[in-house]
Design a protein around this ligand. Structure first.
Ligand SMILES: C[S@@+](CC[C@H](N)C(=O)[O-])C[C@H]1O[C@@H](n2cnc3c(N)ncnc32)[C@H](O)[C@@H]1O
Length: 302
């Protein structure tokens, strides 16, 4: 085992892998892990690379944590560019999918996987140079009602395990992006409102980050990035459960509402109006983008 690998192994083993805290309240990732990659692609990779460049540690020497890694698409995009990756996820099937993505890959970079929650990270203090939280925070099920207590816990954990000057990258949808960046959400307004409650407004997110000792906060939007890749534009997609599995918002739609939506989509398809409907509902996406990268840096002395 190389010195780098040994370091990762020890770091992981130093703490227990906590299994239960704030698991996704609404998406069943046991089921969706099988289909997730059919409709999801990593976006904003150039923004992440630029953010990692703000660390005092050169990229090639960085240890990067992918927190809530899912099937590991973001980790895979950086594996050949950093010194080591730690990938954690609470869901064993998502984690297994991430592991299999790396199986057989000939990268010299050590990648360590751990089943853990993002609010109790199984890493020692100042263990990593950078952390990515891609499309995971809304699964905390937190809201303004708690004063964003779960978000605060996650960011304290991030600040604890980041080296001084380390970088935190939060990839989450803004309210405006949810409202105007996803054409299919016009069929499911109640689910849209529910997801918005799980995501703080930008000013609140900034306050919560600052409170945890994370500062120098910037935002960037990958306007051309589409989280579902080409399949986003599939006008029959809503009818396909595997398409819906690629976006957890659909699991917030009660069965009876879903039935009504499917009927409406079928009618639009039969009338030959679905393509026009999709293009109209999608007309503002390029103005707002689908997701925002909020980039923060751990202050030197916490
Ligand atoms: C929408 S997926 C995003 C996956 C990946 N980051 C990506 O962008 O492709 C959300 C992931 O977060 C994980 N997750 C949800 N709540 C979590 C928690 N409290 N701690 C760790 N992982 C969590 C889920 O199991 C799932 O794999």
């Amino acid at each position: 085992m190389s010195a780098g690998s040994l370091f990762f192994f020890k770091t992981i083993m130093r703490s227990r892998c906590n299994q239960r805290t704030f698991m996704s309240d609404f998406e069943n990732y046991h089921e969706t892990s099988q289909h997730y990659d059919l409709t999801r692609v990593p976006v904003g990779l150039e923004i992440i690379a630029k953010a990692l460049g703000r660390s005092p540690t050169p990229l090639a020497n960085q240890t990067l944590l992918d927190a809530g890694c899912g099937t590991g698409a973001y980790a895979a995009a950086f594996v050949s560019r950093v010194k080591g990756i730690v990938a954690i996820d609470l869901n064993p099937k998502m984690l297994a999918a991430a592991k299999s993505r790396f199986n057989g890959a000939k990268s010299p970079t050590p990648v360590r996987f751990c089943r853990a929650a993002i609010d109790t990270l199984p890493l020692a203090g100042a263990a990593v140079d950078a952390i990515m939280l891609n499309q995971v925070l809304h699964h905390l099920g937190d809201s303004a009602q708690t004063g964003w207590a779960r978000y605060r816990q996650v960011f304290w954990e991030c600040a604890r395990i980041l080296k001084p000057g380390g970088i935190l990258i939060v990839n989450s949808c803004s309210h405006q992006q949810l409202e105007r960046g996803f054409w299919s959400y016009s069929f499911i307004p109640e689910a849209l409102e529910k997801v918005k409650r799980f995501l703080p407004a930008e000013a609140v997110l900034k306050e919560v980050l600052c409170d945890a000792g994370l500062t120098s906060i910037d935002r960037e939007v990958p306007y051309a990035g589409v989280l579902q890749g080409e399949r986003y534009f599939d006008i029959r997609g809503i009818l396909d459960p595997t398409w819906r599995d690629g976006d957890s918002i659909w699991s917030l739609v009660p069965e009876t509402n879903l039935h009504a939506v499917l009927t409406e989509v079928n009618q639009l398809l039969q009338l030959g109006h679905m393509d026009e409907f999709m293009r109209h509902a999608d007309r503002q996406r390029h103005l707002v983008g689908q997701t925002t990268f909020t980039i923060a840096q751990r202050v030197i002395n916490l």
